[in-house]
Design a protein around this ligand. Structure first.
Ligand code: MRU
Length: 347
């Protein structure tokens, strides 16, 4: 721990440039929304909860120098900023949730002077950050109850410190287990093609004293067959009201494998990742990314013909019936998801 993925500092959004990891822990200061949107698209910052924070801070960045003379003008500028940032990436619910929070807090304070509205937006963004820090720790608290001493856990992508503010969801559970002295081992799927597992998860787990082993994505079945995996925990980008969950491509594969091998498969996510307006995963927009991410090894070494046809969905949807439980800051949700999601996280 001891690092913050994203925060407001010296009149800018300060964030860890995750494309430089694991080689260098480099912070960048972003001072306009064009650079912020680029940073999100290029995954300098990424992970659903971190995108929620980027959204909140991003709205402030986009509006803080507004010269609007009245509320109508200010609201027009605000809507433009929100629309611009919303186009950064389509799948993670938290991005839209963060933008929506900024819009709502402005509408709620409509009668106030514009300079106050600006401050209110920044305060709201800082609250998103504080809330994430505490939500992840609650997720860790509830999740750790599902994990036994010496269990070996498999995870995919990065749902840790680097995907949140400073603790993580899926990895937050593992950090909490360590705090409780449970000494668990972790296998991290490398997570082709952007290698969040290899570059980010192994980096942060090792740094925090967790016994982690890197595997290629296609090794998971073999490990399960050999009895080496006790549980799988993944994060989430968007959870529908029936529990269907979008997360990094390859998560669905793991859920199917868990079902076959009778291994519990958990999703860990804050309430801000739920999208109760949608009935099922079929309504989730899945981001498709460009071919260079697949035809080269992290934009450097070519590993396929550069003109080969490429299909590159960045996320998949795991149907709710393959999910053993969803761990949230409000508690652990189990089947029947449709009923229990409403009951535990409310409307
Ligand atoms: O494309 P990414 O790296 O933003 O994808 C991130 C994931 O899929 C994470 O598992 C998810 O956002 C949850 S992060 C706590």
């Amino acid at each position: 721990m001891g690092i913050k993925t994203i925060e407001w500092s010296k009149g800018a959004i300060k964030l860890i440039d995750q494309t430089k990891l694991p080689g260098t822990l480099k912070y960048i200061y972003i001072k306009n929304i064009v650079l912020l949107r680029q940073a999100i698209r290029m995954m300098k910052t990424r992970g659903a909860p971190a995108l929620g924070a980027a959204a909140g801070l991003g709205v402030y960045l986009g509006i803080k120098d507004s010269k609007a003379k009245n509320f109508r003008q200010f609201k027009e500028e605000l809507d433009k900023v929100i629309k611009y940032l919303a186009a950064a990436r389509p799948t993670a619910r938290n991005l839209f949730w963060g933008l929506e929070r900024a819009r709502k807090v402005v509408l709620k304070n409509k009668g106030k002077p514009i300079r106050d509205l600006k401050k209110i937006i920044l305060t709201e963004a800082k609250e998103i950050i504080e809330e994430d820090m505490s939500a992840c720790r609650r997720i860790g608290h509830y999740g750790a109850k599902l994990i036994k001493k010496n269990d070996t856990i498999l995870t995919i992508c990065n749902a840790g410190i680097l995907a949140t503010i400073d603790y993580g969801t899926a990895l937050g559970v593992i950090y909490r287990c360590k705090e409780e002295g449970k000494s668990n081992k972790v296998y991290a799927c490398e997570t082709r093609p952007m290698l969040q597992g290899a570059r980010l998860t192994t980096w942060e787990l090792s740094r925090n004293g967790i016994d982690v082993t890197l595997i290629c994505d296609n090794m998971a079945a073999t490990l399960m067959k050999q009895g080496k995996i006790d549980r799988v925990i993944a994060g989430a980008d968007r959870i529908a009201s029936n529990g269907d969950t979008a997360n990094k491509i390859g998560t669905y594969n793991l859920a199917v494998l868990c079902n076959f091998h009778k291994i519990p498969f958990y999703i860990a996510a804050p309430v801000s990742t739920f999208d109760l307006k949608i009935k099922s995963g079929e309504e989730i927009t899945i981001e498709e990314r460009g071919s260079p991410e697949m035809t080269s090894l992290f934009f450097k070494k070519p590993i396929a013909l550069n003109n080969v046809k490429v299909f590159h969905p960045a996320f998949d949807v795991t149907p709710h019936d393959l999910i053993s439980a969803i761990i949230t800051e409000k508690g652990v949700i189990r089947h029947n998801y449709k009923k229990n999601i409403r009951r535990i996280i409310g409307k």
